[in-house]
Design a protein around this ligand. Structure first.
Ligand SMILES: O=C(O)CCC(=O)N[C@@H](CCC(=O)O)C(=O)O
Ligand code: ZN
Length: 353
């Protein structure tokens, strides 16, 4: 049985990861009237039964849901497989156009974050086809671009949730990173959605970074987030129960024209990024253990790390470290410094201070 047939039977993940199957494309309709189109390995477009009338509705959205951009972050892949299964069986009836992506099948098969280089730093522009991470990033860029442009929706109606897991423990089990873009990509609805899904925290980035969610925000004005859903674990060892509120919120997002989310004061901890520590040389080191939990705070004046000619200290009380990683490539982000902030009560979510 070929790739397309397996996907039709709900085996999206299995067909995506089976590299002995030649890549196939093809369109079909489910019994419940949903139009599906397999655009390539791990890239599935889903349109609601009455796509034309729904698309004309100002409340309808074009939603990208991606997972597995890092090959070892498996719980989001399991969540999207479950969602695809429920859509194809008719149990979940999406009312918006969806693009569901399993990001990096080759890295997933290797149980590795990436093959040669971190794919989630390859979304600034088309990459030279120098390795499989670059080639796959190029494919994903085109798929997302075509999806958003074909949809012809305004920017507010484009969403992209890029689902990941954190490498280390975290004071917040789940959190989202809102990329910095030229557009208004911090709509309150997006953050109310996080509250609905019991996501504990959100980080507001203060500078561009070439990630997949940034790509959708920067080039298509999409309401985009990188979502950190618990800690990295192999397939079958994820506690999906801990992500059940998020899964329910995602189902509601795709099945309701206007989900009934209400912004709740103080339900989501919001942090602003105060500094991004970039690895400038091979001398970059951190002054605390590699597995230190995300959002750990140190007293003002604490030496955090060193690079060739620089020492990094905690500059203000309340600064915490997120994604500390001295093993990144030179020129890449080695640690984010963040600080809790109040947010504006209305309009776009913005830091007050
Ligand atoms: O836990 C870690 O250190 C990394 C987890 C991860 O993959 N995070 C993303 C965040 C992307 C963003 O800043 O939007 C990444 O580093 O690619
Ligand atoms: Zn990741």
């Amino acid at each position: 049985m070929g790739m397309l047939q397996r996907v039709k039977e709900g085996k999206f993940l299995e067909a995506t990861l089976n590299m002995t199957l030649p890549e196939e494309q093809g369109a079909w309709k489910t019994e419940s009237g949903i139009s599906c189109e397999l655009l390539g390995r791990g890239i599935l477009k889903i349109s609601p039964a009455n796509v034309n009338s729904v698309s004309d509705n100002a409340s309808s959205k074009d939603i990208v849901l991606s997972s597995g951009v890092h090959g070892d972050e498996t719980s989001p892949i399991e969540l999207l497989q479950q969602l695809v299964e429920q859509i194809l069986s008719g149990e979940v009836q999406p009312i918006h156009r969806l693009l569901i992506i399993i990001g990096h099948p080759e890295a997933i098969n290797l149980h590795r974050r990436f093959v040669d280089e971190n794919m989630n730093r390859l979304f600034k522009a088309e990459n030279p086809a120098s390795n499989s991470d670059c080639i796959r990033a190029n494919t994903l860029q085109v798929a997302v671009k075509d999806f958003f442009l074909q949809g012809e929706k305004d920017e507010q109606s484009r969403w992209h949730l890029d689902l990941h897991c954190a490498i280390r423990d975290s004071e917040h089990y789940t959190f989202a990173v809102s990329p910095f873009s030229r557009h208004q990509t911090r709509q309150r609805d997006l953050f109310s959605f996080l509250q609905q899904g019991e996501i504990e925290a959100a980080l507001l980035s203060n500078s561009p970074s070439p990630t997949f969610s940034w790509y959708s925000a920067e080039y298509f004005g999409a309401q985009a987030l990188t979502m950190e859903l618990g800690k990295v674990a192999p397939f079958g060892q994820n506690d999906l129960q801990r992500l059940s509120s998020f899964y329910q919120a995602m189902v509601e997002l795709v099945t309701k024209l206007v989900p009934n989310y209400q912004w709740q004061e103080d339900k989501l901890a919001v942090y602003k990024v105060t500094r991004t520590l970039m690895k400038q040389s091979e001398h970059f080191t951190l002054n605390f253990p590699d597995d230190q939990a995300n959002f750990t705070m140190y007293p003002q004046g604490t030496l955090l790390g060193r690079d060739e000619d620089i020492e990094y200290y905690v500059l203000e009380e309340g600064e915490a470290v997120v994604f500390p990683n001295p093993n990144v490539a030179i020129g890449q982000r080695a640690c984010l410094m963040v600080k809790k902030t109040d947010v504006s009560p209305e309009g776009q979510v913005q830091a007050m201070t």
